[in-house]
Each structure stands twice: as structure tokens, then as C-alpha cells.
Design a protein around this ligand. Sequence first.
Ligand SMILES: Cc1cc2nc3c(=O)[nH]c(=O)nc-3n(C[C@H](O)[C@H](O)[C@H](O)COP(=O)(O)OP(=O)(O)OC[C@H]3O[C@@H](n4cnc5c(N)ncnc54)[C@H](O)[C@@H]3O)c2cc1C
Length: 132
Amino acid sequence: MNMSLMSREGALSFSPQRQESFNQLVCVERWNETADVVSFRFQAGEPMKFDYKPGQFMTLVLEINGEQACRSYTLSSTPSRPYSLMVTIKRVEGGLVSNYLIDHLHPGQSVRVLPPTGQFNLFDIPAKNIYS
Ligand SMILES: Cc1cc2nc3c(=O)[nH]c(=O)nc-3n(C[C@H](O)[C@H](O)[C@H](O)COP(=O)(O)OP(=O)(O)OC[C@H]3O[C@@H](n4cnc5c(N)ncnc54)[C@H](O)[C@@H]3O)c2cc1C
């Protein structure tokens, strides 16, 4: 399987500008939440603050076997710790990207991401009850 994950050095030399380094995030930590759910923590190549709202998601852009694959993941980190972003990914049976990331993405490697977005978040949709 061809991989689009890059070494930390590759990511840094590829990303001289601030905006570029935002698009290329380095995985700095991963851990199992359950047998089939893994959390990943990312930072930019150079220290930078991320501005996002609880409930927003980011889209990972990967190249797997020569094909581009984009999947969105809700940010499981808190904006009050703005120097890193976390996502928590569950394996989907037969799924391309969830299994690829869980099997291949390790600390020191980087991925391309689109900036956090999403209107369905705790700030833009104020609700008395989150679940109703
Ligand atoms: C806004 C948003 C936030 C999300 N947040 C999270 C999150 O926090 N955590 C999380 O784990 N997921 C999240 N998701 C889901 C995530 O984006 C992916 O959809 C999920 O990881 C599955 O992607 P995959 O590539 O592994 O599976 P895919 O490859 O997309 O496959 C999905 C399913 O379709 C089947 N399938 C694929 N191709 C075919 C085919 N040709 N014929 C028949 N069946 C097929 C697969 O077997 C599998 O069961 C979110 C999605 C959105 C839209």
C-alpha cells in the first residue's frame, strides 16, 4: 500500500510558510481509547495556536494507493488548549481511511488537513439541552 504520510523532517521542509504548516500537521501522539478506537494528537510544524469551536471538524486529505481520499473527523480536543488538535477515529469495517490511519499513522508522521470548520457547534447553535 502506498502511503502519503511524511516524516517530520519532510513536513517541515515542505512547509516554510505559516499557512502551509497549518495544512500539514504532525502527529505527536496516539493512544487507544478502545480496541477499535484510536485518538491522535497533532501539532503544526512550528508552534501555533488553532482557533476553532467545540463541535467543529477537520478534514484529513490523504493519498492512498495513488488516489486522494478525504474524510472529516470531529475535533475531540478542547479549544482551551490551542496548540494541538485531536481527533478520535473508530475503525469502520471495510473502511479505507479509518483503517489506514489506525494502521499507519504514528507520531512523527504528518498529514494534510483542511482547517477546522462546521456550523453545528456549541457556539453557533446555542441550545439549552445539547441532546434533545
Ligand atoms: C462532519 C463529520 C465528522 C465526523 N467525525 C468523525 C469522528 O470524530 N470519528 C470517526 O471515527 N468518524 C467520524 N466521521 C466519519 C468519517 O468521516 C468517515 O466517514 C469514517 O471514518 C469512515 O471512513 P472510511 O474511509 O474508513 O470508510 P469508507 O471507505 O468511506 O467506507 C464506509 C463504508 O462503506 C463501505 N463501502 C465503501 N466502498 C464501498 C463500495 N464500493 N460498495 C459497498 N460498500 C462500500 C465500507 O465497507 C464501509 O462500511 C465524521 C464524518 C463527518 C461527515
